[in-house]
Design a protein around this ligand. Sequence first.
Ligand code: AKB
Length: 336
Amino acid sequence: MRKKAILITGAAGEIGHALIEALSKNGKTPLLTLDLEPLPEDIRDLTTHWEADILDQKLLDRLVSEYEFDAIYHLAALLSTRGEFSPSAAHQVNVNGTMGLLRLAAEQSEWRQKSVQFIFPSSIAVYGLPDLETKTQYARTREWEWNYPRTMYGANKLYCELLGIYFSEYYRQLAAEQPVMVDFRAIRFPGLISAFTVPSGGTSDYGPEMLHAAAKGEPYACFVRPDVRIPFMAMPDAVKALLDLAAAPAEAISQRVYNVTSFSLSAEEFKGWVLKSFPDAEVTHEPDLKRQTIVDSWAADMDDSAARRDWGWEPDYDVQRAFEEYLVPNITKRYQ
Ligand code: AKB
């Protein structure tokens, strides 16, 4: 008899930490988590964790034979900056890893005659605006606009969204009988900011890095110009978005990929919020032209009206609440 579980890949990453806490509080279904790394000590008791590689086919075979998954939260990915240094590795993890898990979900959906839900965090990196003029003109980019990513990570995320749609709508479309399909749902996140973890390998990292450095009393050289603008979101809202989308009834879902966002800030405005709480923070700008070009190609803000309309998306944290009630108090405590 297969054991029921919710599977979380990339569990030791930033979203994983907060998602494991939330899912273990909310639900009765046990969690099985995968990552190459061990989990931080504070969440180890909440899940059965395997230190394993999602590219290992033997591992996937073992998962299929031992477990029945109601849902898969596939978080494992190499982010946008890291992916530019190792594009083949990024493709392996981001695309082949996702393909393997989608096939696993398809196999299980068919076997148990009930859809496995596949929740996929996508990213603002799927957008690629050609210049700053267009970025200003399309200030709140909609899901189908400017899908011309400039990074391997963005291209991987966009393609995996399409793969997910394929497995949910068209998989084995020429077979005599269509199988029960995967229930794929994706969220395009802006830059995420956690009070408890510092990101690594991303290009929106300048925001959280600035804040964590200020709390530690360390100087920070921001790698983008002061006027560079993208949207951000506090981690609890990211987890809320994943859980709300997962909980939405199938009839409410009119598309499989949704933008969500909270607040849009230029690097200068971000610094302003940091200085409000840490007035002695030393923040300078030393733009890295290459990384900055990537951020320049991302939308200044995202239109999340479809998520609001279909499944009632609304962030709990606007910029003031994010800084004053979640980020600053928790980060200050962390480095005391
Ligand atoms: C990155 O910077 O690559 C990520 C993202 C925006 O998806 N934080």
